[in-house]
Design a protein around this ligand. Structure first.
Ligand code: NAG
Ligand code: NAG
Length: 433
């Protein structure tokens, strides 16, 4: 009798468990994070390939924890892995995109505040892999993971300081035959670049027409970018060089041609990534050969002058490493796996090492336009660091200039700059230690 009852009970339990499992599987995907209609959502009704359902909330990995005295803050809000970070030209905003189907805009002024509010744009039926502001900050463009093309969002400022986001027009036509590895918008506003992992770089006008296609001839493209001055497009890949092209426009703004400008030659193996200083006069590269190099690219390439190699440093490398040169070119940050190492560019010495910054491989690394902060992403969090090595480099450079200064005015200016950089350093270390 008892065993029979037990049998029925067990059977019922099993049936219930089965039902629960079926129901769970049938639950709709949870693409929308908390506060799904936080600010402007964007309507885009075009039919698209359905996205595989995102992981249910309870299966999500626990938030990775990380602490460091140079960590300013962690920006939390994304409910999926953040893949790309970009600062606006004015330096006021940081854009981030993730596989949670959102693009978020963070105010850089809030980095040191307790709360970090963000504005959010939804990417309907898709997600953005890359995001870039337009130079005037009136739009941003994203690379759609499923749509495999560019979508432009117009940003309209409302009276209360909020933005609304609207897709500008049609998405660009689909042209790439291999996965896209980076996109860029020229600071001149004249073109958009997309690069895929084969050897193709496309140059587009802002209306979504292809102006030209570049074959990089590097076996494959590992990385490509537009220079901050908006004149050049560069690429690296399997071959040990970085190739730089000039994108030429006529006086009336019409596209003319893409011409070879210069090359960075000196690595002994493929180049994983590179980065420009803000005036495009310096570049940094990181290679499979286990070194990073710092270059002077302020050359008369039209007279066949080659860039100068200023420095070579050793570093840990892996397939997915990134490099970021600070806008003022004083320091370089290299990510390898979940570690970020910061070196000065004066002697190539290691200045800082941040270990286990994210739960997954670091996906992007960037300095803000003032060289004050370094930001990184990899999991759902965005880490913001003080660029203390950058301030130390400024102090060192100014002190060496001070020794050579001949006029009183110069000396005073340098002394002032040294004092203010030292004050920032004292605040960074004083507060956090
Ligand atoms: C933006 O709009 C939201 C709701 O629409 C509001 O709660 C928020 O305070 C606004 N933000 C600013 C900066 O005004
Ligand atoms: C580059 O950054 C430095 C230091 O932040 C700044 O003084 C300079 O104006 C910037 N140059 C350009 C071209 O943005």
């Amino acid at each position: 009798m008892v065993t029979a009852l037990l049998g029925v009970g067990l059977g019922l339990l099993l049936a219930l468990l089965l039902l629960a499992a079926v129901l769970r599987r049938a639950a709709p995907p949870q693409g929308e994070g908390p506060g799904a209609n936080c600010h402007a959502a964007v309507k885009h009704e075009a039919p698209r390939k359905a996205k595989p359902p995102t992981r249910a909330r309870k299966d999500k990995p626990r938030q990775h924890s990380f602490a460091h005295r140079l960590l300013v803050t962690t920006l939390k809000g994304h409910s999926g892995a953040v893949s790309c970070l970009h600062f606006s030209g004015s330096g006021k905003y940081l854009a981030s995109c993730a596989d949670d189907r959102t693009v978020r805009l963070w105010s850089t002024r809030d980095f040191t505040a307790r709360e970090h509010r963000c504005l959010r744009a939804n990417v309907e039926l898709d997600h953005a892999e890359f995001v870039r502001f337009s130079p005037d900050c009136r739009a941003f463009v994203v690379w759609l993971a499923n749509g495999e093309t560019i979508r432009v969002y117009k940003m309209t400022k409302k009276d209360d300081g909020n933005f609304t986001f609207n897709t500008a027009s049609e998405d660009f036509p689909k042209k790439h035959k291999a996965p896209v590895i980076n996109i860029g918008v020229a600071e001149t506003g004249k073109f958009i670049m997309t690069a895929s992992s084969d050897t193709t770089i496309l140059i587009w006008n802002l209306r979504g027409e292809v102006l030209t296609s570049i074959n990089t001839n590097q076996m494959n493209n590992a990385y490509a970018a537009v220079s901050p001055c908006g004149r050049f497009v560069a690429s690296c890949g399997f071959t040990p060089d970085v190739k730089v092209w000039e994108v030429c426009f006529g006086k009336s703004g019409d596209f003319q041609d893409v011409t070879r400008a210069f090359e960075l030659k000196g690595h002994a193996a493929g180049v994983y990534s590179f980065s420009f200083s803000n005036d495009s006069r310096r570049m940094a590269t990181v290679s499979k050969d286990g070194t990073w190099k710092f270059w002077d690219t302020d050359v008369e390439y039209k007279k066949q002058q080659d860039p100068y190699l200023l420095l070579t440093g050793k570093c840990e490398v892996a397939e997915l490493c990134h490099i970021a040169l600070s806008p003022d070119a004083h320091v370089v940050a290299i990510s390898c796996g979940t570690t970020i190492t910061v070196y000065n560019t004066r002697r190539g010495e290691e200045e800082e090492r941040f270990v286990g910054v994210h739960g997954q491989h670091i996906a992007d690394l960037a300095f803000d336009i003032t060289s004050r902060y370094l930001v990184s992403c990899g999991d759902r969090a965005i880490r913001v660091f003080h660029n203390a090595p950058g301030y130390r480099a400024v102090v060192e450079e100014m002190e060496s200039m001070l020794r050579k200064a001949t006029t009183k005015a110069t000396r005073e200016r340098l002394e002032q700059q040294i004092t203010s950089a030292k004050k920032v350093l004292a605040a960074i270390y004083g507060k956090k230690q």
